[in-house]
Design a protein around this ligand. Structure first.
Ligand SMILES: C[S@@+](CC[C@H](N)C(=O)[O-])C[C@H]1O[C@@H](n2cnc3c(N)ncnc32)[C@H](O)[C@@H]1O
Length: 208
């Protein structure tokens, strides 16, 4: 399946990585997908299109994001939401009149799947403990890049693995965010898990 950009920004844009990611997700046919770190919602929309093509209406997508900067989130890395292409800035500011990094704009992009989608605004360090992870069978972990945040996200995602699901972590070996690799490596060793590095970028984690 081809990954589309929907006139927005995404971290899965280079080297056909988005399509490779979708093929990887498709191989597992998840029904209940959680994305930690939604940003402009491009991966969210692609995943919904994919799951709809596999399951029809019988799937769920849950997406968490800060959807905005504030003092509490100041330690997290938020990608620049400005476009290099001036037409895109004009489109969002004057035509759509929405910040593409807002829960409203992402809901708009996902409205075709409104019965299947739940978007939650907030910090994963607080939100995940209140989410029932036992139903989720696939986590795409692409939120905060700080060691403590990744450690927390993995800790609360563990029930997904216990139920035979998959956690796919983006940016496994980023030179400017070594805490990601450290948290993942510790999690794999401490819980005695199986892991594989895909496309020099993702860490795929499952139970042995
Ligand atoms: C790399 S972007 C996600 C890209 C998106 N998954 C995609 O494929 O296009 C990282 C996102 O994580 C969010 N984020 C950072 N720290 C977070 C946290 N502690 N809780 C929730 N979201 C967080 C940021 O707001 C940002 O939108």
């Amino acid at each position: 399946m081809k990954y589309k950009k929907y006139f927005r920004k995404t971290s899965l844009k280079q080297d056909n990585i988005g399509s490779k990611f979708l093929n990887e997700v498709a191989s597992k046919k998840p029904k209940y997908f959680l994305e930690i770190g939604v940003f402009h919602g491009v991966t969210a929309r692609n995943v919904c299109e994919l799951l709809h093509s596999i399951h029809g209406q019988d799937f769920k997508y849950v997406g968490l994001d800060l959807f905005g900067e504030n003092d509490e989130n100041s330690k997290e890395i938020i990608p620049s939401t400005k476009f290099k292409n001036p037409f895109k800035n004009i489109y969002f500011k004057y035509i759509l009149r929405k910040d593409p990094y807002s829960i409203e704009a992402v809901s708009d992009l996902l409205k075709k799947f409104k019965n299947n989608v739940q978007l939650i605004k907030g910090n994963s360090n607080h939100l995940l403990k209140n989410i029932d992870m036992t139903k989720i069978d696939y986590v795409f972990l692409d939120g905060g890049h700080a060691y403590e945040t990744v450690k927390n996200d993995l800790f609360y995602s563990y029930p997904v693995l216990e139920n035979g699901g998959t956690i796919l972590c983006d940016d496994y070996d980023l030179s400017y965010a070594p805490g990601i690799k450290q948290a993942i490596d510790e999690f794999i060793i401490n819980k005695d898990l199986k892991s594989e590095i895909l496309f020099d970028r993702f860490a795929k984690i499952e139970k042995k």
